[in-house]
Design a protein. Structure first.
Length: 85
């Protein structure tokens, strides 16, 4: 799953144009929103579209579990792995 974590970190940086952030700067377990990486709802929409394009997996914005899926790189990777099965 380490490779998927690296892929997702790179996807986050590229999708959201985080020019001053490196893969090493993103803690796999740290929150992506608010206190962690500081992403917002617009970033979530962009990231959701990038995940759809990259992995052919749709994250339903209306689903109650979406907030938990986007909690961290680790939870996002876990969701993607579950959807691949």
């Amino acid at each position: 799953m380490e490779a998927l974590h690296l892929e997702l970190k790179t996807l986050i940086i590229e999708t959201l144009n985080l020019e001053e952030v490196t893969v090493e700067d993103i803690d796999t377990e740290a929150p992506l929103f608010h206190d962690g990486l500081g992403l917002d709802s617009i970033d979530a929409l962009e990231l959701g579209m990038a995940i759809k394009n990259q992995y052919c997996i749709v994250v339903d914005a209306q689903d109650a579990s979406t907030k938990a899926i986007f909690q961290s790189v680790a939870t996002l990777a876990q969701f993607i792995e579950q959807q691949r099965r």
